[in-house]
Design a protein around this ligand. Structure first.
Ligand SMILES: Cc1cc2nc3c(=O)[nH]c(=O)nc-3n(C[C@H](O)[C@H](O)[C@H](O)COP(=O)(O)OP(=O)(O)OC[C@H]3O[C@@H](n4cnc5c(N)ncnc54)[C@H](O)[C@@H]3O)c2cc1C
Length: 309
């Protein structure tokens, strides 16, 4: 496996933002993944596991350490309705596979960017579906000793945008997972996926690079009684009652605000988009501006959903 030095990470980030990694490894098999882990342990440098880079704000200074990007990219039907998928496969290709093989159950993920490994780690979800709903088991490699661990769904401790892999960030690298789907009809599966993609294009600023939702929805329970009464009309279940953060930001006079090459999207206020040459520092300025505006206007502290490296 090639060990590359000083690799620019912007290319691997959906945002097209970020400096270089000191070392960059792309293992294609579990045995290469183990090799990569051995190299990383030997170097004593920090490790970062990169998936599709769709949830990451990568610093302009890059990452002084080792980036491991598992490109284990395979689909294997293990038995009827059960498919093993490599963590490096894109969700997009997984969905294509489900259409080809007429396997239904993942349609909710239409338009969800990123890798299968990233989706498992964050239990990605939308349109009422969550990754955990179809996962039977997950195979990972432990960084401290290269041991392969297999967990069933329950042992993965999935929660809202959460899993054991997120709780133990950096300790294990997801290698593959077995999904249980059900028989479907290709054209119906395809249509259902396309509906989700079309919905995203109509609501989200898909025409510009982004890393999705910048801030988390606001749990209703975290607000004062007075605030709860104020926003009762817009509360949705996600899967617990929340005030959509996009709604609050849309009332904070920040939509369309720019810093350098970054902009708070006028189409969807929870997206900060890269208009072309944005730097991480431009995005940071806008994150600060949105937080401050929401606080000044509504006395609500909003939390970030994105990951920084
Ligand atoms: C336009 C847009 C729309 C989005 N819509 C949604 C949505 O509807 N629902 C939703 O949940 N998310 C959404 N997201 C966020 C993002 O796509 C998901 O969180 C996605 O699952 C992240 O996967 P990734 O492979 O890109 O992970 P990355 O961004 O590369 O990494 C995210 C985290 O996962 C870890 N990771 C990645 N791969 C592995 C692995 N193999 N083993 C262990 N850890 C790993 C990384 O270390 C990092 O901590 C959206 C993003 C964009 C840009």
């Amino acid at each position: 496996m090639n060990i590359r030095k000083n690799v620019n990470l912007a290319k691997y980030s959906n945002y097209k933002i970020g400096g270089s990694a000191s070392y960059f490894l792309e293992p294609k098999t579990v045995s290469e993944l183990k090799q990569a882990i051995r190299f990383a342990r030997g170097s004593k440098l920090p490790i970062f596991i990169l998936g599709g880079g769709t949830n990451l704000l990568i610093s302009d200074d890059g990452f002084k350490g080792i980036v491991i990007r598992p490109v284990l990219d395979f689909f294997k039907i293990v038995k009827r309705n059960f498919v093993e998928v490599g963590a490096g496969a894109s969700v997009k290709n997984f969905l294509k596979f489900t259409v080809q093989k007429e396997m239904s159950g993942m349609e909710w993920a239409g338009g969800l960017p990123g890798s299968v490994g990233g989706a498992i780690r964050g239990n990605a979800g939308c349109f009422g579906g969550e990754t955990k709903d179809s996962v039977v088991s997950v195979k990972s490699v432990r960084v401290k000793d290269g041991k392969i661990i297999e967990r069933n769904n329950k042992q993965c401790a999935f929660g809202y945008r959460d899993s054991i892999f997120k709780q133990r960030d950096g300790e294990e690298i997801i290698a593959s997972a077995i999904f249980k789907l059900k028989p479907g009809i290709a054209k119906d599966i395809k249509k259902s996926i396309e509906d989700k993609i079309n919905y995203r294009w109509s609501r989200h600023p898909m025409e510009h690079p982004s890393i999705g939702s910048t801030f988390k929805n606001i749990p209703l329970a975290s607000l004062t009684k007075k605030q709860q009464a104020l926003y009762r009309e817009v509360v949705k279940n996600d899967p617990f009652p929340v005030v959509p953060v996009a709604y609050i930001i849309s009332k904070a006079d920040v939509m369309g605000k720019k810093s350098g090459g970054a902009m708070v999207s006028p189409k969807h206020p929870n997206f900060i988009v890269n208009m072309g040459r944005a730097k991480a520092k431009d995005v940071e300025v806008l994150i600060g501006l949105v937080k401050k505006s929401v606080w000044d206007k509504f006395k609500i502290r909003i939390e970030e959903e994105i990951i920084r490296i």
